[in-house]
Design a protein around this ligand. Structure first.
Ligand code: CA
Length: 741
């Protein structure tokens, strides 16, 4: 083979670039290629990690000859660090980029404009991924995708695990050039989004209240929403004439909310709750809305996150409040085992305008999970009911417009629980089938997020007693691993145990291992960390003679990942070398997904056990979603057992939820440093179940009920020399409360 032929072959192999294609390998080459781009050009970013790059893709293609910015190999171009992408111009296509391991230094990761005057029109972003490209500061606000301009398409992208404040994908209407925009948002995979614990965790928002009288004309279809749990609006519609069609909502905590704007169509969407707590459906507000041919199943959400919610409005509502529901249609929807249908929801002295000229026709309600699914908060005479069906054993507070039928469902060939064919025919909803499959959404090369298990999925690591052996064992541990301690062994810590991943530490059945620490703290849950302790004795005998010690703490800094703390079958003793020795100490802007304590005892502790009160600004932000204490005993605790604070009147969130059962307190909460003068203080807790619990010689139970119709149930409580229940309101329910002096 002669040398010239070898050279030609080498060119052919290394670089399959055709005329108009330009492979760029660094930021300078990329900028130059974009500057000189002509219609029909393809700019190809070389595979590899592009660190700290702000891409301005400003160019003009044509309808026939768009300009493309793509990855050499889809998924192999990773944009990381402080990076973002701005698109401005016409007929531009972005394809195959992955944003991960970083966050945007500006307000957007992908923006369809470069500044207020340079918008993107007729542009497409496809096969791109944004995966946990989250600001490490939980309450630093950004949008992952901001769509401005007109006629843009966002399709087949994967947006996964946004953790910081701000909508995942927002359509903005703030200048004339971005209204009546006709965008298309289709076939995207909206992967799991954890609970933000504040407003600002929406997955999609179209418009804002300010421009909500304008039409957007955006179509959102064939998308898959997978566990989008950021806040109670999965989607916040805030502009006119949008269509939400043929999307799947899988175990999403929240609702598709028609918050502002008229002429919204919500059709052929499938909401699959699988009985998960707080899963919701569709919430109707405003005029001329249409909700038809949707299928909803296994949704448990209550109040604003019910399966179907029709709100009350505010008379002559200011633009940012609630417009009355007028001339809206709810037709031909199927609701199977959905727990709550809420009519005139939100009725109060401000929201007093009941729905008018609204029809509910041809809907099927079959539920065995709640036989009293309708809640009516106000006058429903403005809603006319016709040809609806409900199971005969259900209680129905509506006189006309329903036919009672037997509860009968079966799994159809598509794997969905459906009513009889005869009944389906009656409403003309014959083919019950998911409109889009999971694998038909998102970037095709990028994996979807599977089921997650926090604790116990990993290997067991045997740890010998001794000094810092736990810390040594942790160095080789992976998420879900279990450190197994010796029965009765003593483990001394002379350094903090830093948890950067979920870890279980346990002793097998029998004598508990004993953990002591010579540091001010034992364990620190860092970002991404979670901790489960099983059958362990935590002993303060070696703790330093300092005030303000603690057993477990969160990171001192903002954490953007929610954590779990589970304490099972543990004894916590002798945390009394000095004053204010807390069991658990948290920092601001941290969020517990759940704290669970069961079958455990706490004895001789000078501080608080749990104090989740580090968000004092009353913005509706709080530090814990779920707390459960069952079968526990607390003795000689100077501080509070649980102090949970959620201030403000924001209605965007669900929690905190607190359950305390079968628990005994003796001499608790009476230390003179316990400024709360309470054993339990629940301020703004949204769902409280306090049951089978005895307080003896202890500080009282204190409830502060605020916004959102909190549910508070107190049952079988004995208060012996422990005061009365203190509350700002008498709207909690109580049963069998015994007070003994
Ligand atoms: Ca919201």
């Amino acid at each position: 083979m002669n040398k010239i032929l070898i050279f030609v072959l080498a060119i052919g192999v290394s670089c399959s670039i055709t005329p108009g294609e330009k492979l760029v390998k660094n930021s300078n080459e990329l900028t130059a290629a974009i500057k000189s781009a002509q219609p029909g050009d393809k700019i190809i970013m070389a595979s590899g990690v592009w660190q700290d790059i702000e891409i301005l893709f400003e160019a003009r293609g044509t309808k026939e000859l768009p300009i493309e910015l793509s990855a050499e190999s889809p998924g192999k171009v990773v944009i990381s660090g402080k990076s973002n992408l701005q698109i401005a111009g016409e007929y531009l296509i972005v394809l195959g980029l992955v944003f991960k391991d970083g966050y945007t230094p500006t307000g957007e990761v992908i923006s369809f404009r470069s500044d207020k005057n340079k918008l993107a029109n007729y542009c497409t972003v496809t096969q791109c991924v944004i995966d946990n490209f989250s600001n490490p500061e939980r309450f630093e606000f950004d949008l992952w995708v901001a769509i401005f301009g007109k006629h843009n398409t966002f399709e087949f992208n994967s947006l996964i695990d946004k953790r910081n404040e701000g909508v995942t994908l927002a359509v903005r209407l703030d200048t004339e050039g971005s209204r009546e925009n006709h965008h298309r948002i289709a076939n995207n995979y909206f992967g799991p989004r954890e609970n933000l614990g504040s407003n600002g965790g929406e997955t999609i928002r179209i418009g804002t209240s300010h421009y909500s009288l304008s039409n957007s004309n955006t179509v959102v279809e064939n998308n898959y929403f997978d566990r989008c749990n950021g806040e109670h609006e999965i989607i916040s519609n805030k502009s006119g004439s949008n269509i939400y069609r043929s999307n799947v909502f899988y175990e999403c905590i929240g609702t598709l909310t028609m918050r502002h704007g008229k002429y919204t169509v919500v059709e052929n969407n499938y909401f699959l709750g699988n009985g998960k707590v707080n899963t919701g459906g569709i919430r109707v507000i405003n005029e001329y809305q249409t909700v038809r041919n949707n299928y909803l199943t296994g949704l448990t959400g209550y109040r604003f996150r019910g399966a179907l919610v029709i709100m009350n409005g505010v008379p002559n509502s200011p633009i940012n409040r609630y417009n009355q529901v007028v001339d809206s249609k709810i037709e031909n929807n199927i609701l199977i085992d959905c727990d709550y249908i809420q009519l005139c929801a939100g009725s109060d002295s401000e929201r007093s305008a009941t729905p008018v000229a609204t029809t509910m026709t041809g809907n099927i309600f079959l539920s065995k999970t709640n036989l009293n699914p309708f809640t009516i908060y106000d006058d429903i005479s403005g809603i006319s009911f016709k040809n609806n069906f409900i199971n005969s054993d259900a209680t129905l507070p509506i006189k006309d417009g329903f036919e009672k039928v037997a509860y009968a469902t079966h799994k159809n060939a598509n794997g969905l629980e459906v009513p009889s064919d005869e009944l389906l025919k009656k409403i003309g909803f014959e083919n019950v089938q998911l409109p889009v499959k999971l694998e038909e959404t998102g970037a095709s090369y990028y994996p979807k997020v599977g089921k997650t298990k926090t604790f116990g999925g990993g290997k067991s690591i045997q740890v010998a007693p001794g000094t810092n052996t736990i810390i040594e064992a942790l160095e080789g541990a992976e998420a879900g691993d279990i450190l197994v301690l010796n029965n009765g062994g003593t483990y001394l810590l002379t350094k903090d145990v830093l948890l950067h991943k979920p870890i279980t530490i346990k002793t097998l059945a029998g004598d508990k291992a004993i953990i002591q620490s010579s540091k001010a703290g034992f364990f620190k849950i860092e970002n991404e960390g979670s901790l489960e302790l099983i059958n362990i004795k935590l002993d303060g005998a070696e703790s330093p003679d300092l005030s303000g010690n603690h057993v477990i703490s969160t990171s001192k800094y903002s954490m953007n990942k929610n954590y779990k703390l589970f304490i099972r079958d543990c004894d916590v003793v002798n945390m009394n070398i000095n004053y204010a020795f807390d069991f658990f100490k948290i920092a601001q802007h941290t969020m517990a997904d759940s704290v669970l304590v069961e079958n455990s005892t706490f004895k001789n502790i000078t501080g608080d056990i749990f104090s989740f009160d580090k968000e004092p600004e009353d913005l509706g932000i709080y530090n814990i979603e779920n707390m459960t204490i069952t079968n526990c005993r607390f003795e000689n605790i100077q501080g509070a057992i649980a102090n949970i604070y959620r201030g403000g009147t924001d209605e965007s969130t669900f929690g905190p939820w607190v359950t305390i059962k079968n628990t005994q307190l003796l001499n608790c909460g009476k230390g003179n440093r316990n400024k709360l003068a309470s054993s339990f203080l629940f301020h703004g807790v949204q769902n409280l179940q306090l049951e089978g619990t005895t307080l003896e010689h202890s500080a009282p139970i204190n409830l502060f009920l605020t916004n959102g119709d909190p549910i508070s149930m107190l049952k079988n409580i004995q208060l012996k020399d422990s005061g009365k229940i203190i509350s700002n309101s008498n709207t909690y329910s109580q049963e069998n409360i015994t007070i003994v002096k």
